[in-house]
Design a protein around this ligand. Structure first.
Ligand code: SAH
Length: 395
């Protein structure tokens, strides 16, 4: 096996068990290395410290697979990692009456670049890196052995693949193709998830626990669920007894699914409203119309894909938060999220603070939110914490 040596003074990743080694930390690269090839990683003195896969085309040149330099990266290794990852989900809170969850959360579960989500009898796999591309077939075989799903569908259509020199891959990997939307339960609520065309692997599983938290503020409330997608927060608000639920999204297809989900969960149609449009505009129009709400959820898509986009991203976050505050009755509840990894919690808090100043409102943080427990964050990999949110009272 090829050994890659790190530069003197660039071994921090090894000391902190950080799973990424950047190209600048590598002393010298063998020309013959194939994207995704497994290599040994040695410190500047030449002592082998870890195993990982290397992609010369990526800035994140190496992702660590094992801190045990004697381990073999073979099918048995993949089986051990996958089994451990699946076993970790068996005693997590928030998974009662739930048939969809993340089984493998990439770096944080010791399998960098690999996402596996379970939707009832189906699995969806995302391969984010050249390293996982090379291991994918064996991973799929092991998953079939361990879980016997009806099928594994691949949704490797993700923004990070081009940085690895990879194009999108979407299609069946093993077993049948889930032609119909898959019926799932989430904490007792029912959804139908389109694994072939839905966002991410089909559903925003990372918001599961937050939906429950927000629902607690919704009995009797008029709720605006902005960036609703297929109505996740709206369904929880409706089943918690909200008097009115407005789902707002730019996608008419997502809203059609949201309406179906409201009905499927017994939320009367007369309490539901769908608004198709650009939230930046619609929130302003609603202010002009003097509409008011008791609870507003803001769960926009990722605004910052890199640090360079932080200025425009923070402007976007500030704007929607300001508009939402204008629409809240005194004492109303703002639930606001950012899923941009580049925007950390403190920065996000400052952005919401800026909005509060401009809105001339006193705002308290009641609860701090993150991703659900099946999307864990490994302490040695703080980059894994991408989702942050606040439940705020806006006086
Ligand atoms: N809260 C949802 C997930 C939201 S994902 C859930 O719990 O399932 C973000 C959503 O924002 C997507 O559905 C996307 O269609 C929508 N979106 C993106 N840009 C938008 C815009 N400018 N205005 C309104 N919706 C937008």
């Amino acid at each position: 096996m090829i050994t890659v040596r790190l530069k003197q003074g660039r071994e921090r990743a090894l000391e902190n068990r950080h799973p990424w080694i950047f190209s600048g930390a590598i002393d010298r690269l063998d020309r013959g290395i194939q994207p995704g090839q497994v290599v040994q990683i040695a410190d500047a003195q030449g002592a082998v410290r870890a195993l990982g896969y290397l992609n010369p085309r990526s800035q994140i040149a190496i992702r660590i697979l094992s801190w045990d330099a004697d381990e073999m990266i073979d099918r048995a290794f993949l089986r051990r990692r996958l089994e451990a990852s699946i076993a970790r989900r068996q005693r997590l809170p928030g998974l009662a009456d739930t048939t969809a969850c993340r089984l493998v959360n990439a770096e944080s579960d010791g399998l960098p670049g690999l996402i596996v989500d379970c939707y009832d009898e189906w699995l969806v796999l995302q391969s984010l890196t050249a390293g996982i591309e090379r291991l994918k077939d064996e991973i799929a075989d092991v998953l079939m052995e361990l879980l016997e799903p009806r099928g594994i569908y691949e949704r490797s259509d993700v923004d990070v693949r081009p940085r690895e020199g990879l194009t999108d891959l979407v299609g069946p990997l093993r077993g049948e193709i889930p032609m119909e939307p898959v019926a799932i339960q989430e904490q007792g609520r029912l959804f139908r998830v389109d694994l072939l065309r839905g966002h991410k692997t089909g559903f925003y599983l990372d918001q599961r626990q937050n939906r429950e938290r927000v629902a607690a503020y919704c009995p009797g409330a008029e709720v605006l669920n902005a960036f609703s997608y297929t109505g996740g927060f709206g369904v929880y608000a409706g089943t918690a007894g909200a008097s009115r639920i407005v789902n707002l999204d730019s996608s008419a297809d997502a809203l059609a699914a949201a309406a179906e989900h409201m009905a499927l969960n017994g939320v009367p149609a007369e309490r539901c409203e769908n608004v198709t449009g650009d939230a930046f505009r619609v929130l302003r129009t609603m202010r002009d119309q003097a509409r008011r709400f008791d609870v507003i959820v803001l769960d926009p898509p990722k605004f910052a894909f890199s640090k360079a986009q932080l200025p425009s991203a923070t402007r976007g976050y500030k704007d929607i938060n300001l508009q939402a505050m204008h629409l809240l009755r005194p004492g109303g509840i703002l639930t606001t999220f950012s899923c941009s990894g580049a925007v950390d919690e403190l920065l996000f808090q400052k952005v919401v603070f800026g909005a509060a100043i401009d809105a001339d409102r006193d705002v308290q943080i009641l609860e701090r939110l993150g991703q659900a427990a099946d999307h864990p964050v490994l302490l040695s990999f703080p980059e894994g914490a991408y989702l942050k949110g606040f439940i705020c009272r806006v006086d």
